[in-house]
Design a protein around this ligand. Structure first.
Ligand SMILES: Cc1ncc(COP(=O)(O)O)c(C=O)c1O
Length: 393
């Protein structure tokens, strides 16, 4: 029998009492619009699979073929003997897709943030200026540095300007923002951020994990959306969202790539991605570049869901992207809504403290290109019933 820890039991009891504990559902099929969750057929509305590429035949075939040719694992970290030609091919494909000189692939978006941020500042002489709603992986990356920190109110450009002015004597200034904010589905004003950064000689770091494949021409991302090519220093991305695979991306200049691979501890000290994953990453990027219909379908579904949910009377917060929250307030209401939706055959995610403020719990919906008209009809009528049941509409 493993040793019991009383303190763990007490902490868990507190979580349960506050309605803040996680009980992750189990997926027993592929992650696609209709899937099996805990033994039941459900419509999936809480996956990052925006373009439904998780099951795209070209992506799956690439993974299988590369596994057959190269084996299951790479055998090393990238820096020693774990860089395979397919890792480099995937990086070239990403750079082409993003319209930048170079990219470097990390084991995840999380490790890209915690690996790259600490390499961009040296210590107290530098400052990191960060949006208050930035993703936890950015916060963790910032915590690994000794730089001064300034946090500006969410998307508040006068707050950003004040922070830049009050740190005008810092040696290096690094502005960090999410592109698409993952809990609210709103986007940062990257055009204004870029103007301010240029006026104050600051570097720009944008986490585009939820913007890639979603925003911009054909899904090229937030830099393309605002037409800022060549003016943003570091674009972070993730293969685990619209691209349907897994892994992290840093895109920018060749100089940035050389710097990142020589200094990022999360890249240097961790085994490289399995060959099958690298091949699937490259295939997913190629699908995005050659099959624009997935991107168009994603936006058709997003626009319809938003319009009909608004007319049902739901509060959708400030979303302008395929991440569309239903604002609930209390954690318990969000959890009740999720279970009422489950009874209607719909899986959506309750987002509660500590992921969002205690009084800002919500059910986060994420639209997918793969949802059919009939599935969207079922989602909307399920939402109407569930919303009435918990008293939100
Ligand atoms: C904004 C943002 N950045 C980074 C990440 C981490 O990406 P990954 O899942 O590839 O580690 C996420 C995923 O939750 C995210 O939402």
């Amino acid at each position: 029998m493993a040793r019991e820890h009383q303190w763990m039991a007490e902490r868990y009891k507190e979580l349960v009492a506050g309605g803040l504990n996680w009980e992750p559902p189990t997926l027993e099929s592929a992650s696609e619009p209709e899937c099996t969750v805990d033994g039941e057929r459900m419509i999936m509305l809480s996956a990052n699979n925006y373009l439904n590429l998780t099951t795209h035949p070209k992506v799956k075939d690439a993974m299988v073929k590369a596994t057959k040719k190269y084996g299951a694992g790479s055998g090393s970290v990238r820096a020693i003997s774990g860089t395979m030609d397919i890792h480099l091919a995937a990086e070239k494909a990403v750079a082409k897709f993003k319209g930048v000189e170079a990219s470097l692939i990390y084991s995840a978006g999380y490790t890209a943030n915690v690996g790259l941020i600490p390499t961009l500042v040296q210590g107290k002489q530098d400052v990191i200026i960060s949006d208050e709603l930035n993703h936890g992986s950015i916060i963790d990356g910032v915590r690994l540095t000794k730089a001064q920190r300034a946090v500006y109110p969410h998307n508040d450009m006068s707050g950003l300007e004040i922070a830049l002015k009050s740190h005008s004597d810092a040696e290096r200034k690094l502005i960090i923002t999410d592109g698409v904010f993952s809990m609210d589905g709103d986007i940062c004003p990257l055009d204004e951020i870029t103007e301010l950064a240029e006026q104050h000689n600051a570097m720009i770091f944008v986490d585009d994990c939820h913007g890639e494949g979603v925003l911009g021409q054909g899904g090229a991302g937030i830099v393309d959306h605002f037409g800022l090519q060549g003016r943003v220093d570091f674009e972070i991305g993730s293969f685990s969202k619209a691209l349907g695979v897994q892994g992290g991306i840093v895109a920018g200049s060749e100089q940035m790539r050389t710097h990142a691979l020589n200094h990022s501890r999360s890249w240097l000290l961790s085994g490289s991605q399995p060959p099958g994953v690298a091949a699937a990453q490259k295939a997913a990027v190629e699908v995005l570049m050659t099959e624009p219909e997935h991107h168009a379908r994603l936006w058709d579904n997003t626009n319809r869901f938003r319009a009909e949910m608004e007319s049902l009377g739901f509060d959708l917060g400030h979303s302008t992207t395929p991440i569309i929250p239903v604002m609930c307030g209390e954690s318990r209401t969000a959890k009740e809504l999720v279970s009422a939706l489950r009874s209607e055959g719909i899986v959506a995610g309750a987002i509660v403290f500590p992921m969002v403020a205690r009084d800002a719990a919500r059910v986060r919906n994420q639209l997918s290109a793969g949802l059919s008209i009939a599935q969207l009809d079922a989602i909307l009528s399920g939402y109407e019933l569930a919303g009435r049941k918990v008293g939100l509409i």
